[in-house]
Design a protein. Structure first.
Length: 86
C-alpha cells in the first residue's frame, strides 16, 4: 500500500530533502511551496531522500538540477528542481 506525503519547502538557496517517491503535485499551500509524493506505506521510499531546491522565474539554475514541477503564488511562479549530480 502507498501513502501520499507532503514536503513543505523553504525559499532558500540551499537544497532541501523530500521523499524519493513519485511526485504527484507541486503547489502553494498556506503560503508555502509544497511537494506531494507517493511513498510506500512502510515509509521505505520516504527514508530514501532526494535533494530539491526552489527557484524563481528568471533565476539561474545550475546544470545539475532537473525540473519536477512549478506552482503559482501571484505575482510569483516558483519552480522546484531536483539535484541530480553528474
Amino acid at each position: 500500500m502507498s501513502v501520499v506525503l507532503k514536503w513543505p519547502l523553504e525559499l532558500v538557496d540551499d537544497p532541501q530533502d523530500i521523499g524519493a517517491g513519485e511526485v504527484v503535485l507541486v503547489d502553494y499551500q498556506g503560503g508555502v511551496v509544497t511537494v506531494w509524493t507517493v511513498e510506500d506505506e512502510r515509509l521505505e521510499t520516504a527514508m530514501r531522500q532526494r535533494r530539491v531546491r526552489v527557484f524563481g522565474t528568471g533565476h539561474k539554475i545550475p546544470d545539475d538540477f532537473k525540473p519536477i514541477g512549478s506552482c503559482q503564488s501571484p505575482p510569483f511562479v516558483w519552480h522546484v528542481f531536483e539535484w541530480v549530480p553528474f
